[in-house]
Every structure is written in C-alpha cells, then in structure tokens.
Design a protein around this ligand. Structure first.
Ligand SMILES: [Zn+2]
Length: 366
C-alpha cells in the first residue's frame, strides 16, 4: 500500500524550485512501474522532465487522465521557521515548499492510481501527466501536449482544499513596446518620445472595455498594467519604452482575436508573453456532475459551483486531450500556495486519495 504522506515528504525532499523535476519523478516512477504503468519522461530542458504514465489505455473507453506539476516556486525572501525540504509534520500539517502547490496533489494521484491499477478495472485505463515548469507558464505540459492523443476526462489536483473547481480564467500576458527617436532633453521637438507614446498606449489599454457579459461564475475579464520602463537619463528624449500587461479572460473569449484587438487599441507593438486560454466545464456535464458528487460525498462540503483564481496546466492539457471535461480538485490549501512555511492538511491528503480512487473507479469500471 502506497502511503500518500510518505510520498509527499519524499517529493518535498527533492528541491524542484524551477529545476530537477526529473529527479522528483524518480521518486514515483518505481511505484508506477511496479503497478504496471508504461512510463515515458520528456525533458524540455536537461533535468526538467514531464512524465506520461499509461496503464491499459487500449480500451474503447478512453483513459481517465490525472495531472499535477512537480516544480515549485522559490522560497521567497523571508526566513522559514520550518525546513522547506524536510516534509516536517506537526499535528495535521505537513510543511515544505510545494506541499500544497502541489506535491501532496501529485502524491495523491500516484497513490490512487497505483491502487486503481491493482484493482484491475475493466472499462478503461488511466493516464498520468506529471509536469515540469507549470509555475512559469506550463512549458512542461506544452512540451508533451502533441504526444498525448485523446483521453477521457481530466482531473488536476492543484490546491483547492478538496473543492471541485469547474475551471479557471485564462491568462494573456502581454509586452507592449514603443520606439521613438532620441534627442537632447532641451530640444524635445527634435525627438520622438517613446515613454509618452507608450504611456498613452497603456492608458488606452487600461480603459479598454471587453464588451463581454461577466461569466456567471468567473466574473468579468480583467486587465492590469503591471510594469512600465523607459528612458535612460533625464536630459534625453527616450527612444525605447516597454510595459507588461496581465489580461485575465473568461470562458468564451478567443485569445487570438483579443490579442489583435488589444494591439490595435494600443497602437504600438504588442507581443504575448504567456497565452493560456480559460478552462470551463459546465456543471451540467454528466461526468463533472458525478465527480463533483463524489467530492461532496467524501468531504461533506456544499455544492456551490466555483472556479480557481489561478491558471493551471489545464489550459494546455484540456484542448490537447480533445476538449475533455475537466475538474480541478486537490488536497492543498489554495491560500498556502507560494507562501513562507507552506503547509498542507494531512486529513485533506487522505480525502484526496479517496476522492481520486472513487472518481477513477467510476470511470474505469471497478
Ligand atoms: Zn500549482
């Protein structure tokens, strides 16, 4: 019997702050191999692997897909009271960088998947996608997306404190560039001021109205001008300026069309930095409704339909798998993601294993 807590601690002991995901995957690989999974690791950079593990995927019914990322964000500037890589436990909590976001979620996937494979389901198989580099824009998921082929529904165990989220907003991060002509600061009429040009452009963007109704669950799309830089010295006309803009989209918005429109509104060069579409599964979807019912049954929580505020690999994986129904539901505490002295509830971890086992059993036919 695989122990999800021991696995969480073993995963936490591997520092995956933007590197070494392959080393973390080696923690879970023997367990999966022993349970009969076929494993392939794809490295988008040396040492930065994404694992695709498949068990009995040859059925007519496509495999259920479970996914999580093994990279984490840095520790931050403040000192930690707990060793970030020891997986210390205290009462109901296990501590460490990435326990909530989302090594406990990965441990729950592997624990449940091994148990399900051993029960030899008859209706369909399982596919696990354990990714690198989610935190920096889903580079790992992107690297394997074309190799996956269609699957059944997708569950991503990002931190939700075991609430079933029906999707999340999209993220379209942009870099806006203005160029001009430099001249002496005492003769600005001889130059063309890039800072002034870009200031007008980002003001137009900040005032932009999306012209879409707020999504009933996600709310309205938003736009924030996050950074602005330009000019080298006070007594010159600046000839370069750059700003970055964070656009969060809702289900139904097309990023390519929006990008073209925002570029036209800005009137300067606009390039995408991150382009991750929104994810939304209708609560009326038959699988999503039954999976959400399993979640409520295990946790005893209420049934309100919610979405995540953050983006996930689902932006890449859901379309790559064929636009499959997708739920985000994992044991981590959402508010513990990226914080100092990050922790995850051990009770939630056990619940998550139970939730995943039951969702797999229902789809795979145990
Ligand atoms: Zn995450």
């Amino acid at each position: 019997m695989t122990d999800a807590l021991a696995l969480t601690r073993a995963l936490t002991a591997v520092d995956t702050v933007g590197h070494a995901e392959t080393a973390a995957l080696e923690v879970v690989a023997p367990l999966l191999r022993e349970a009969g999974f076929r494993l392939e690791v794809f490295e988008h950079e040396p040492g930065r692997g994404t694992l695709v593990a498949e068990w009995e995927t040859g059925h007519d019914v496509p495999p259920l897909c479970l996914s999580g990322h093994v990279d984490t964000v840095p520790l931050g500037g403040a000192p930690w009271q707990r060793d970030p890589f020891a997986g210390e436990t205290d009462g109901d909590r296990v501590y460490g960088r990435g326990v909530s976001d989302m090594k406990a979620g990965v441990a729950a996937i592997v624990t449940a998947a091994v148990a399900v494979a051993r029960s030899r389901p008859r209706r369909s198989g399982l596919r696990l996608v354990l990714t690198a580099a989610e935190e920096t824009g889903s580079q790992g998921a992107r690297f394997v997306a074309d190799r996956l082929g269609p699957s059944g529904p997708l569950v991503i165990t990002e931190p939700t404190a075991n609430v079933a989220f029906h999707g999340h907003k999209g993220a379209l991060w942009l870099e806006a560039h203005a160029s001009g002509v430099t001249a002496h600061g005492s003769m600005p009429h001889l130059g063309d001021n890039a800072v002034v040009k870009l200031a007008a452009a980002v003001t137009r963007l900040a005032e932009y109205r999306f012209g879409v109704e707020p999504h009933p669950v996600m709310g309205p799309p938003t736009l924030n001008v996050g950074t602005f830089a330009g000019g080298l010295n006070t007594n010159s006309v600046p000839d370069r300026a750059v700003a970055t803009v964070d656009v969060r989209t809702v289900a139904g918005q097309d990023h390519a069309a929006l990008l073209a429109e925002l570029a036209s509104v800005a009137g300067v060069e606009v390039r995408p930095l991150i382009d991750l579409p929104p994810v939304w599964t209708d609560p009326g979807d038959e699988w999503a409704a039954s999976a959400a019912e399993i979640v409520r049954d295990v946790t005893g929580a209420g049934g309100e339909v919610a979405t995540a505020t953050y983006f996930t690999d689902a932006s890449v994986l859901t379309p790559a798998l064929g636009g499959v129904p997708t739920l985000i539901c994992g044991p981590g505490q959402p508010e513990q993601a990226h914080v100092t002295d990050e922790w995850c509830s051990i009770t939630r971890l056990a619940e998550s294993v139970e939730i995943l086992k039951r969702i797999c059993a229902a789809w795979c036919g145990i």
